[in-house]
Design a protein. Structure first.
Length: 205
């Protein structure tokens, strides 16, 4: 109990738990609306698994590349690129949704959604490492609290935003953008709450 309170009182860890939850929540918004979205907007039903698999490869490809790049750039830099990429993909989807009245061409949706999932793949590979960095001897309990806390945030985010699904791409676009921009702001706040020895991250970005 004491260690749990100690972990959650760590400003950096708490902010990164919420940031992780928002990113995971954006993915849950997609998972909860994808089948309906592809059918409502594009009339796709039988071939939906194919499109689902194509988008899922974005996360897999990002994880593969992240493993090679993180040693060069660091988890913090990679995470920030991921936040910016997710927010940018979401903003572009919002613009496309507005231009095409919530029903952009399938090729446009696939390109932008793939970009968003690529960014999410980068983030999944680094956010947990960032949150765990300062936990030391309580890392085991910390990992459990990070997983459970971020899952709770993600569920609430997905339920709240999913309630606004209207048969267009607007809800998914908003989910990607809000998760990316909000998580970026939280991560920046977490950085400035770090001990001075970790501040080079902020300077190099």
């Amino acid at each position: 109990m004491l260690n749990g309170r100690r972990i959650l009182s760590n400003r950096r860890v708490t902010l990164l738990i919420v940031a992780t939850g928002l990113v995971f929540g954006a993915q849950l918004v997609y998972l909860s609306t994808a089948a309906d979205l592809f059918f409502d907007v594009y009339g796709i039903a039988d071939t939906f698994p194919f499109y689902f698999a194509v988008l899922a490869t974005g996360i897999g490809l990002a994880s593969f590349l992240n493993a090679k790049l993180v040693q060069r750039f660091g988890a913090d830099s990679m995470a920030r690129y991921g936040f910016v990429g997710l927010a940018a993909a979401g903003l572009a989807m919002l613009a496309a949704s507005g231009f095409w009245d919530g029903r952009p061409p399938l090729s446009v949706l696939m390109l932008l959604a793939f970009s968003a999932f690529f960014a999410i793949g980068v983030l999944f590979g680094n956010l947990n490492a960032m949150a765990m960095r300062s936990l030391g001897q309580v890392a085991g309990l910390g990992a459990s609290l990070i997983a459970s806390g971020s899952s709770l945030i993600a569920t609430l985010f997905a339920i709240g935003l999913g309630a606004f699904y209207d048969g267009t791409t607007l809800t998914l676009s908003a989910g990607f953008f809000l998760a990316g921009i909000s998580a970026l702001a939280l991560a920046e706040l977490a950085v400035w709450g770090m001990p001075p020895r970790w501040r080079p991250y902020a300077r190099q970005l």
